[in-house]
Design a protein around this ligand. Structure first.
Ligand code: F6P
Length: 345
């Protein structure tokens, strides 16, 4: 194993709790076990394109294990969509004598990592996303924290909903995958869970809501931001697309609360949890997973095992080709939703 490499690290895409735990593990093991130098790139792929750096020393990563966000900053920059992006990225890596990169991100960041691998840049990927929608790993860090935050919100909303005999619609994140909605809905005892994978019938939702009111309980409806009514379309905050072609979703919760009020005559309110789900300190589970990913990623770099992503399989950390990680999204299968549906109403 070659010691003494110069290793670049970046965090890309939407931030999530646990990113700093990866940076700490990469840096601690990289320096003390492998005698590498670790160079952070700021603001996702913008960092290597524009030469924005931050040395990651033992001091720099002290006291960040439990801190949310990322000390490197993040962005949704796609270097393949920036003029001369890849040439500039290569020039930065050359200037700083970077031997290999660790890219910590979701499908977009890792998609770039995979393309770069084909273009001869040595990269190892680390999966992160609160959405838990990366196919090649059982879990991504950030998801557990987001589910805890959403579950706590549901618990709190339940008591106020019951005091006022209202229906409360809780909109959670999840563009294409409803994992946060499914897990927080199950954990919080929601009466309806709606996910992007399966268009929903408003009539059916209202039947469940009525059933709940008839038993003198206030219903809680958890809806993923990407969920769509049958025959309808995703609700957008803005049609503008980011560098990876994503629009900003939002509004389905408010729309559904209005529909419920109109159709059932019951007072309804909507709460959008939004970026609260991505903020603050990571759970113990996410800290452990993020730390293990970091420790294994720096080993993969040291062994020259590029074009790979570290992944969780059962309780083991394994390496999978980056192409597997980005080939398809891990969505909620119909049987998992059906399992939960027994508890609706
Ligand atoms: O990909 C993670 C995620 O939190 C999605 O769940 C959400 O749709 C999106 O990011 C929000 O993006 P932004 O931070 O750009 O508003």
């Amino acid at each position: 194993m070659p010691a003494g490499m110069r290793v670049g690290v970046l965090t890309g895409g939407g931030d999530c709790p646990g990113l700093n735990a990866v940076l700490r593990a990469v840096t601690r093991k990289g320096i003390s076990v492998h005698q590498h130098e670790i160079l952070g790139f700021r603001s996702g792929w913008l960092g290597p394109v524009e030469g924005l750096t931050m040395p990651l020393t033992l001091d720099a990563v002290e006291d960040i294990l439990n801190r949310g966000g990322t000390i490197l900053g993040s962005s949704r920059t796609n270097p393949y969509k920036v003029d001369d992006g890849i040439a500039r990225l290569r020039a930065t890596l050359g200037e700083h004598r970077v031997d290999a990169l660790i890219a910590i991100g979701g499908e977009d960041t890792l998609g770039v990592a995979e393309q770069l691998t084909h273009d001869g840049v040595p990269v190892v990927g680390v999966p992160k996303t609160i959405d838990n929608d990366l196919d090649a790993t059982d879990y991504t860090f950030g998801f557990d924290t987001a589910v805890h935050i959403a579950t706590e919100a549901i618990d709190r909303l339940r008591t106020t909903a019951e005091s006022h005999h209202r229906a409360l619609v809780v909109e959670v994140m999840g563009r294409h995958a409803g994992w946060i909605a499914l897990h927080s809905g199950l954990a919080g005892g929601a009466n309806v869970i709606l996910v992007p994978e399966q268009p929903f019938s408003v009539e059916r939702v209202c039947d469940w809501v009525q059933q709940r009111f008839e038993r003198q309980y206030a219903p809680i409806i958890v809806v993923a931001e990407g969920a769509v009514p049958e025959g309808g379309k995703e609700l957008l905050l803005t049609g503008e697309k980011d560098a990876f072609g994503h629009v900003r979703l939002g509004g389905v919760g408010t729309w559904l609360a209005d529909e419920i009020a109109g159709r059932t005559g019951k007072e309804s309110r909507a709460v959008v949890l939004g970026h609260v789900q991505r903020g603050g300190t990571p759970t113990a589970y996410d800290r452990v997973l993020a730390t293990r990913f970091g420790l294994h990623a720096i080993d993969a770099i040291t062994e020259g095992d590029f074009g790979k992503m570290v992944a969780l399989r059962g309780t083991d950390i394994v390496r999978v080709p980056l192409s597997d990680a980005t080939a398809s999204l891990k969505t909620v299968p119909p049987e998992r939703l059906a399992e939960a549906e027994v508890l609706f109403g």
